[in-house]
Design a protein around this ligand. Sequence first.
Ligand SMILES: [Zn+2]
Ligand SMILES: [Zn+2]
Length: 447
Amino acid sequence: MDFISEAFEGLGHLFYIVNPFQTSFRTTDEVPHYVSRASTWFFALIVIERIILRKKGKSPPINDGITSMACGLFMEINNIALRGATTAAYVYIYEYYHIYELPWDSLWTWVACALGMDLGYYWAHRATHEVNLFWSQHQVHHSSEEYNLTTALRQGVWQGYSTMFYYLPMAFFIPPSQFFVHSQFNLLFQFWIHTEVIDDLGPLEWILNTPSHHRVHHGSTRYCVDKNYAGVLIIWDRMFGTFEAERRDEPLVYGLIDQVDSFNPFYLEFFYLRKVFQKMQSMSGLTNKLKAIFYGPGWVPGSPKLGHYDQLPETIVREKFSHPLTPHDQIYAAIHFLLLSEGYRLLATHYEEFDDWLLYACCAYIIVSLVSIGLMFNRNPWFPWVEMVRCLVFLGYQLHFKLFAAETIGINLVMNGVRLFYLYSALQCKIECVHQFREKTQKEKMK
Ligand SMILES: [Zn+2]
Ligand SMILES: [Zn+2]
């Protein structure tokens, strides 16, 4: 009987670990969250990179950059509203099953953790490219046709659930404090390598994952596919046979092989999951259906596990999806994105003051708002309708509170400026909606 009750207790623990809607344990204040804290530095570096690129005669489109940052914000929202599954699982294994306790303050533990973390990252990253279901989350990171610092922030929201298992063996030896710090360091390192501004780093190219190596990883022509999975050290790729140096004579084409034409972060997160399901449905027999889910994205019946590499395109010539934006639309999208980022920052720092339902409602509001900006970039006819409603919801929520409730005159002024901008946005969209409606009725009359 003891065994049965222990088994039930174990199941309870397992549910606690995998249940994403458990809000009693929010990661933001339980572990050092350097990535969130570094956002100001990220933003400053993104601005500096843009200035350098502009001087070189290149200017990456703002719609792509904002979409990448929107995906990053989406992922951060996931961190505040939902629990960090890796964190909970790691602590659980360490507490109940650790085999040997390495001292947390030893230099050797630090080195072992850094290497273990990076090796875990290599295999986790490789799995996201070699298992179709996991690729459905990682493809988000590869979906940009540009390659700059904002691309680093374009991440799949659910990716952590599929990659967490590669880090958990460390929990048998290494204390959680070391693991948390190194997991953040590993992520932070990968920010600066997403750039075309840095060319070649000489001897460092032998050991470190550099911008040059990672550019290859983001390429979609044949020689780039499934290469350079490294996080910090490129030695893993050299050891396991997945290394490929950048070829100066072959221009890199960034993005997916079948490029997705959308700037809607929600669509980018989930469209490929539908593709996996459709591929599975199109297969006959259970074995093929399972292979459609767990073999590589390029697998087809009769091919090797990862597909036929020799059939991949050696060169790709395609138009980028990006629609040009008017200066008004660029400023409009940038201001709304900055306001949403600031809204998220306030939510993340004051979340303890919110009821769960209000926290979820605010998170949902930010996500809908990010989608709305994406619809604008996509020139989707639903944009003015969604945008008008979300601006009115914001204004309605503001009216619910006293308009001059803030403690200082300065904050009152800023808040009223924000309200005016939302009012202007709602009115602009209302005009567009009326215009759309008139056009539609005129077309119907013509019929
Ligand atoms: Zn990748
Ligand atoms: Zn990358």
